[in-house]
Write a protein that binds this ligand. Structure first.
Ligand code: DAT
Length: 180
């Protein structure tokens, strides 16, 4: 296992099936964090910087070039202080990551959220199945040390608020540890 390089602010991955609340959590966390954290929505970055091999019409999504994503982020990693918001959490090298939050949501609620987003039926079904099978959580557990992968429920505003305050507490503890 690779050791994470020492850095003054942590790198936190917020992951989960699309619609579980990654961006909502990342935005609130960036507001409340005791250290400055830059929220990077990887799907937006892929579009903006064309880190893809084109658009898949059938799935209505970009075919992401993960190597390009990693190259784009690498210069930012040394300083730390990032929230990486993406469903494909295992794309990030282990040495980058201090905490992986995996958001989870019951599948009927997820279905409604994705329908509201106007996803095609096939994409809703695929994501729903992935959520039921815990695909993202399994991927996170395979890619990172067990103790840094934290699954959190994201079904209500209360969940959102308590998750963010839990992550804030984790950041405070992380900072104290770095100073030891
Ligand atoms: P993601 O970034 O994982 O695709 P999102 O943050 O865009 O998800 O959230 C999708 C929708 O669900 C959006 O309308 C906000 C809502 N939502 C997410 N998490 C929630 C929560 N814990 N409580 C209430 N609504 C939530």
């Amino acid at each position: 296992m690779q050791e994470a390089a020492p850095r003054s602010s942590p790198i936190i991955v917020i992951t989960g099936t699309p619609g579980t609340g990654k961006t909502t959590h990342a935005q609130l966390l960036a507001e409340h964090s005791p250290v400055s954290l830059q929220h990077i929505n990887i799907s937006e970055l892929v579009k903006e910087k064309a880190l893809h091999d084109g658009f898949d019409e059938e799935w209505q999504s970009y075919v992401v070039d993960e190597d390009k994503v990693v190259d784009e982020l690498e210069p930012l990693v040394e300083a730390g202080g990032l929230i990486l918001d993406w469903h494909a959490c295992d794309a990030f090298p282990e040495r980058w990551v201090d905490l992986v939050v995996v958001l989870q949501c019951n599948h009927t609620q997820l279905w409604d959220r994705l329908e509201d987003r106007g996803y095609p039926l096939k994409k809703i079904q695929e994501n729903n199945e992935a959520e039921i099978m815990n695909v993202v959580l399994e991927e996170a557990r395979e890619a990172y040390a067990e103790e840094i992968v934290i699954p959190l429920q994201s079904e209500s505003t209360e969940d959102l608020e308590s998750n963010v305050s839990r992550i804030v507490q984790w950041i405070e503890a992380w900072q104290k540890n770095q100073k030891l």
